[in-house]
Ligand binder design. Structure first.
Ligand SMILES: O=c1[nH]c(=O)c2nc[nH]c2[nH]1
Ligand SMILES: [Zn+2]
Length: 448
């Protein structure tokens, strides 16, 4: 925890109770009987433990009411979904019977090609933003489709509902399977430039564009290279997919025969930066992970999708041993759940499955998956200066959780301490337990 500093902005909210979060050193830090202040800019202005209210009030000069949490409540940092296809939400929970490349051509491309219809886009994008917010996703890194206007609409909807988001207009100039769902190379570059220009012009505080070449299979080398130039000129994040299935890895080798690995394909086209996040990476070699580390590039671990499409099992401990930044993603709709709580559970299941296959592999603990879903995600998106935990000076992105909500999913039999309450919530809780969600200090759930 950083030392408390007095901010010049006035304190506008103060909460008292239990706070749980992660730091670089500790996967779980429990702060009981703590006072946390949020200033008028939505930033955390102080975190003071076990102090007399009057002392804190005098030190930080606040006059606002103090919101007292009940014994079964706690605040935790907002969940960070590092990889989600907003455009695929309409068929989430279905179509999980094919491997990736056939799944894309059979289900995904036909649905994504419908986003020329802005009314359809508005309906789906409103639903996905509301659903993810209610489930505690305070930051989402979205794929939209190739359509600029619909992608701008997604950005507007995320901004209107108050979600922190990176929004990507998908770029793809190769699609043998569905010729009408692709762009010309120049068209992709022009439309991407328009998307970035229009979005930046709107000056949304929490919503930014992210350069989004779909994956090496659906982009020419020329497109990849020119997109990296646009990303560099605008200091943008970059997102794509890598090494999700073995079949895909083979296909990339055929498409780029002069390059040794899949990671080399992105690296040679200047797409690996310290603001790049690549989804999946199930089949990356140690050498490729070394290159990820060298470039500061992150991975989005999407365990539901990896299992649902039978793509592979990512060894998180191997990734972390290479000091590669890693967050969790729902990867809707390859992943069937839009809730990051599901991603937390599936990440743990995957690590346990790996441990069953090889008992020398140590499964992830619940504290570690909690950190991956919060601070880890913010680091993977290079946003840990603004969000990810309750350090003074960061934005207040938080969930107010009540484990004992009436008619909720959790029955409490005996008194449990905060660590147990968090574990129960992560494993068995749902949106009924999430009473309030804050993004940059603004209450965005309940949705008005
Ligand atoms: O899980 C995935 N979903 C997608 O939409 C996609 N596109 C390329 N590779 C992909 N993987
Ligand atoms: Zn994906």
């Amino acid at each position: 925890m950083a030392d408390s500093q007095v901010s010049t902005a006035t304190v506008s909210k103060v909460f008292r109770g239990t706070f749980v979060h992660s730091t670089q050193q500790d996967a779980l830090v429990v702060l009981e009987d703590t006072l946390l202040g949020v200033d008028s800019n939505g930033k955390i202005s102080f975190v003071e433990r076990g102090q007399e209210l009057e002392n804190v009030s005098a030190k930080f000069g606040f006059k606002c009411d103090v919101t007292q949490l009940s014994p079964h409540e706690f605040f935790m940092p907002g969940l960070v979904d590092t990889h989600i296809h907003a455009s695929q939400y309409s068929y989430a929970g279905t179509a999980l019977d094919l491997p990736l490349l056939q799944w894309l051509t059979t289900y995904t491309f036909p649905v994504e090609s419908q986003y020329t219809d802005l009314e359809f886009a508005r309906r789906v994008y409103t639903q996905v933003v509301k659903r993810t917010l209610r489930n505690g996703t305070t930051t989402a890194c979205y794929f939209a489709t190739i359509h600029t206007d619909a992608s701008l609409l997604l950005a507007q909807i995320a901004n209107d509902f108050g979600q922190r988001a990176l929004v990507g207009k998908v770029c793809m100039d190769r699609n043998g399977a569905l010729e009408q769902y692709k762009e010309g190379t120049q068209e992709s570059l022009d439309e991407t430039s328009r998307f970035i220009r229009e979005l930046l012009k709107r000056k949304y505080l929490l919503v930014k564009p992210v350069m989004t070449p779909r994956f090496a299979v659906s982009c020419s080398g020329e497109l990849l290279l020119k997109l990296s130039e646009i990303a560099k000129n605008n200091n943008l994040h970059i997102q794509s997919h890598i090494s999700e299935t073995k079949e895909e890895v083979k296909l990339v080798k055929q498409l780029f025969p002069d390059l040794e690995t899949y990671t080399d394909v992105y690296n040679e086209h200047n797409l690996l930066t310290n603001k790049t996040i690549m989804a999946h990476g199930c089949h990356l070699s140690d050498k490729e992970l070394e290159l990820f580390h060298k470039k500061g590039t992150s991975l989005a671990h999407c365990p539901n999708s990896n299992i649902s499409l039978c793509s592979g099992l990512l060894d998180v401990r191997k990734v972390l041993s290479h000091k590669v930044k890693l967050g969790l993603g729902t990867d809707v709709a390859g992943g069937y759940s839009a809730s990051m709580l599901d991603a937390v559970r599936r990440a743990r299941d995957t690590s346990k499955a790996l441990s069953i296959m090889d008992p020398t592999r140590v499964p992830l603990t619940f504290e570690e998956t909690f950190r991956l879903a919060t601070l880890g995600g913010s680091q993977a998106l290079s946003m840990d200066g603004q969000t990810g935990n309750f350090e003074v000076g960061k934005d207040f992105d938080a969930l107010r959780v009540n484990v004992a909500v009436p008619d909720g999913p959790i029955d409490l039999v005996q008194y449990d301490g905060p660590k147990i309450l968090l574990e129960k919530f992560l494993n068995t809780g749902d949106d009924r337990n999430i009473l309030e969600v804050y993004v940059a200090g603004r209450k965005v759930v309940p949705i008005e």
